[in-house]
Design a protein around this ligand. Structure first.
Ligand code: ZN
Length: 290
């Protein structure tokens, strides 16, 4: 006969074993060059992931701009997801090949803010991020601009320069795929803090899901279009989450940025989101910061 206290002990051991089995998701942040303050923003990205208790985070930093890049050869395959906070010199050919293979074979990738300005000459990278801006991109060379109208994606083939934003102001973000795991359970419309609202991004725009948009206000030098802010892209077996938000640490304090980033990294890594929507999420009219 088994004593009751032994049974309780056994059950508790099982619970402990189950929790221990949920191994943390391994994340690699890449940085080292950017026209943004990457030395300030990478520690914020790292902390935001670590504070969920679901991730362990390493950082791979490239040599500085203009230096020999041949030493930059991270072992992407050791991670479930790579987050780019990089916008700079081309990577060595071997690293480019390794990264393409990594995502094509099912590795996760997250393009954060100006990472979608990077590598205009790298075709596979443009396919991963779907759309990008600046870097002398023109719509006629890179692919259509992506706008949202009439409840669906509209590919805008008019020629033009890709990548623009007005002054940093608060703006509303509207979910367009509310059942997507990254945003499921979050408010349909929420007020983001002062940030750059990217407009006129262009690219191959293949295998693209627009998760959320924002209206680019002509009164703030905008396009008058609903522009993609959060996107999900398939590249081979890999999942890509593309967030245009988070210009600086102040913009990254928005709970809307924080939560969509944390959930987007988990989704890119695993295809699932286990994080619950928080209680302090912004509403349609009020920002919320942490
Ligand atoms: Zn910016």
């Amino acid at each position: 006969m088994v004593h009751r206290s032994c049974l309780i002990w056994f059950s508790l051991s099982l619970v402990t074993a189950t929790v221990a089995a949920a191994a943390p998701i391994k994340v690699l942040i890449v940085d080292g060059q950017n026209n943004h303050a990457w030395k300030e923003t990478t520690p914020v990205l790292k902390t935001l992931l670590e504070e969920t208790g679901r991730f362990t985070v390493d950082v791979a930093t490239t040599p500085p701009k203009g230096a020999d890049m041949s030493s930059f050869q991270p072992n992407f395959a050791a991670y479930a997801v790579v987050v780019s906070n990089y916008n700079g010199d081309p990577w060595p050919a071997e690293t480019v090949r390794a990264f393409e293979e990594y995502v094509r074979n099912g590795g996760g990738f997250v393009s954060y803010h100006a990472a979608d300005n990077a590598f205009p000459e790298w075709k596979a990278y443009q396919q991963m991020i779907a759309v990008g801006g600046w870097g002398n991109r023109k719509e006629e060379d890179f692919g259509p601009m992506v706008r949202w109208s009439g409840g669906k994606i509209r590919l805008d083939a008019n020629p033009g320069i890709c990548g623009h934003h007005g002054s940093r102001l608060p703006f509303q973000v509207t979910l367009r795929d509310p059942d997507h795991p990254i945003v499921k359970g979050l408010p349909a419309v929420w007020m983001h803090v002062e940030d750059e609202l990217y407009d006129s991004l262009c690219g191959p725009a293949a295998s693209l899901t627009v998760i959320a948009t924002a209206h680019s206000d002509p009164a703030n030098k905008g396009t008058g279009e609903d522009e993609p802010m959060l996107m999900a892209i398939r590249y081979g077996k890999g999942r890509v989450f593309h967030t245009t938000l988070g210009h600086d640490p102040a913009a990254m304090r928005c709970v809307g940025f924080i939560v969509t980033f944390q959930r987007g990294v988990e989704w890119a890594a695993s295809g699932k989101v286990t994080q619950k929507p928080p209680k302090d999420f912004p509403t349609a009219t009020e920002t919320r910061v942490r």
